[in-house]
Every structure is written in C-alpha cells, then in structure tokens.
Design a protein around this ligand. Structure first.
Ligand code: 2PG
Ligand code: MG
Length: 394
C-alpha cells in the first residue's frame, strides 16, 4: 500500500452552530489524515445537491455499507477518481441517495488528507502559486429566513472592507459590528443575533442601511447585500413585509435605487433563482456593482454555463456543499474565472469551525470570502485567513 492510499474512513454525526445534525468525515492514509465537516444552509437553492435525503445517522450507515468499501485503498491524491467513485455509487443527479453532506465531507477530507501527506497546507497543495488573500465580506445585520425577529426582508446587510490586509479588514468589520451594537443600545432598540451572529431587530432594511452606511464610511468599507430574493418571491411577485408586491421590473428598479442611494458595491441574489433575464438586465444597468449569483448558480458548472451565455451576473458564490464534491467545485471555479466572474467563496448559515473554505478561497485565488464577522464558528475561518497571510509573507 502506497503512503497516500486511503486505509480508513471514519464518519460520524456532529452538530452545526445552528444546532442541526451534520456529517463529519476523516480520511486516513499511512502518512496523512484529513477531517472535514459538511455545513448546511437555511435559504438553500432548489438546484443544490440534496444534503440529507435521509436522517444523518442513516446516511452514515449507508455510506459505511456502500461507499467506504469502494474508497478504501484508493490514492487520496487522486481527487477526481475519488469524487467519481462517490458520484457513481450515489448514481443520482443530486446526491439524493448517498447525501450531499456525506459526499462533500468525504471529498473535502480526502483533499485535506492528500495535502497532509505532502506536509502542505491545503491552499499550497492546491496551488503553489497562490499569493493573495481574498477580502472578507461579513454580515452586520440579518433578516429574512436567518432570523425570527425582524422587519427586514433582505437576508444579509454586509460590509466589504477596503484594505489589502486580512487582519485589518477583519478588524474593520468588527468595529462596524460593535458600533452597530452601540447604536442599538443607545436607541434602546430590542435586538438579537441572527443565525450567523449578525444583529437583528425590528428595523426595516433601509433603516439598517442608513446606519450601516455611516459606519462603513467611518471605518473604510463598502456595503453589500444578500437579498436572497427567492425566499420572498411568491406567485410571481416579490412580497415585502411592508406590503409592497413588486414584479421583476419593479424589483430591479428598487434594487437599483438601493445601489445608488447607499453606493452599494455587492448585490447577491436580487431576483429569484430562475430569473436569469433580470440578473442579466441588472448586471448591464448597474455598472461597477458586483452582481453575484448564489441560489441562481448553486455552484453548478452547467447552470453557470447557462448564466454565462445569458450574461447573468458578474460574480458567483462558491459553496462546495451545493454541488457535493471538490472536483465539481473546482470545475465551476475554473469556468467562472475564464469568464472573469469574481469568485466569492462562502460559508453556510449552519456551519462549524471547519476552515476548508478559507484554504480553498486562497488556493483558488478568489477575490472575496463571505464567512461572517467575528463570533462563533465564523471566527475560525477569519483567523485562518490571518494565519495563511502570515505563511504567504514568508
Ligand atoms: C447565503 C447563505 C450564507 P444559507 O444565502 O448566502 O450566508 O445562507 O447558508 O442559509 O444558504
Ligand atoms: Mg446567498
């Protein structure tokens, strides 16, 4: 048995920060090992891999019976082959047999095992030439399905700091977050935290944006939005809590108004997940703004190709668990880069302290990483960026 051959794979059920169960995988070879946990989404796109077709415990049992025997003895450095075996054993289009969470946990753990066999960090193993750190994009305020307590339909009001240094940028996000907290306290606004540690309160999106804009200007950041519009699109209209029911054209005008009023630099999912036409129109009209597809593309190379053909968006969210394997994730990244789409690696609202996305973001030379502001399981990913930055300087 070669030193990089897989000699054991362990699977277990663990928890995300949201409190839901998920899958952890450990892939072990003679001289390396890798551990990875599948994150899970709340506002999941309908074209994503099916994370949990059965209970997590049943998925572990199924993988132990059907998948792991096929993977034992395989070379951990042969990522494509490993991912192909996972897909063949699953034998569905969206991992609805083996489970997307099992697939991405094993696939990522195999990659980490391969990197550790060579004594390298994942980003270096993936790309020895990688040398830049993505800018962090962090959520200050949560609305929509990420919270119980809000009058903001927009799921995420984000900030994108302007410095070229991970630590300085993380500090800027933190300062904005804590100043926003001070504002809430001062105004005696009853507030809580959303699923990703963002503030949440009974405030409208525009009330929040008025404050965040001032704080972003003060600390040196731009503003971003994840509208997650599929979540409030019902019977052909965007249905806002304040009673507005907007058609696609009106939604586009409203988003454009927000972009110009608050000088917004990043807008994710401004329309529902199948409306490529409106994405294309906004991308054309909102010059200079990053228009990013998350639920629109679901990290799927075929759906991305369709978007490229229609000129929909100029950036893509990359969430490995949306597509289920590292091979397909990297394929989507390559296609996007060839078309000059910006790459935005992203966590999920149900996440853990796994730091793979920080490593993958650097390894693929992504421009942006969206993994929240300091707090809970987001801290691990942000601190990992600081460590990687230090490695890159030496
Ligand atoms: C999103 C994400 C992460 P979820 O919509 O971009 O912020 O949320 O994981 O719930 O899909
Ligand atoms: Mg999103």
């Amino acid at each position: 048995m070669a030193k990089t051959d897989i000699k054991d794979i362990q699977l277990r059920v663990v928890f995300t920060g949201k409190g839901t169960k998920t899958i952890e995988a450990e892939v072990i070879s003679a001289n390396g090992r890798g551990r990875a946990v599948a994150p899970s989404g709340t506002s999941a796109g309908s074209h994503e891999a099916l994370a949990f077709p059965s209970k997590p415990e049943q998925l572990v049992k199924r993988a132990q019976d059907e998948l792991i025997p096929e993977l034992l003895g395989q070379d951990a450095t042969q990522q494509k082959k490993i991912d192909n075996i996972i897909s063949v054993v699953d034998n569905t289009k969206n991992f609805s047999h083996i489970g997307g969470s099992v697939a991405i946990a094993i696939s990522t753990a195999a990659l980490k095992c391969a990197a550790s066999c060579y004594g390298k960090e994942l980003f270096q193993y993936l790309n020895p030439k990688a040398k830049s750190i993505p800018k962090p994009l962090g959520k200050v305020f949560g609305g929509g399905t990420h919270t119980l307590l809000t009058t903001s339909d927009i799921q995420e009001i984000l900030v994108l700091p302007k410095k070229n240094n991970a630590k300085a940028n993380i500090e800027i996000m933190q300062n904005i977050q804590s100043d926003f907290g001070a504002y809430l306290k001062n105004k005696k606004i009853f507030a809580g935290r959303d699923l990703e540690g963002g503030w949440t309160a009974e405030m409208s999106s525009e009330q929040v944006l008025d404050i965040v804009k001032k704080l972003a200007d003060k600390h040196g950041a731009n503003i971003g939005l994840d509208i997650a519009a599929s979540e409030f699109y019902k019977n052909n209209k965007y249905r806002y809590i304040d009673g507005r029911n907007l058609n696609a054209e009106e939604q586009k005008e409203y988003v454009k108004k927000l972009i110009s009023k608050y000088k917004i630099k990043y807008v994710e999912d401004p329309f529902h997940e199948d409306d490529f036409e409106s994405f294309a129109a906004l991308t054309k009209e909102a010059k200079g703004c990053i228009i990013c597809g998350d639920d629109l593309f679901t990290t799927n190379p075929y759906i991305l190709q369709k978007g490229i053909g229609m000129k929909a968006a100029n950036a893509i969210i990359i969430k490995p668990n949306q597509i289920g394997t590292i091979t397909e994730t990297l394929r989507t990244v390559e296609i996007a880069k060839r078309q000059n789409y910006q790459i935005v690696f992203s966590h999920r609202s149900g996440d853990t302290c796994d730091t793979a996305i920080s490593q993958l973001a650097v390894g693929t030379e992504a421009q942006i990483i969206k993994c929240g502001i300091i707090g809970g399981e987001r801290t691990s990913k942000l601190n990992e960026l600081i460590r990687i930055e230090e490695t890159l300087k030496h």
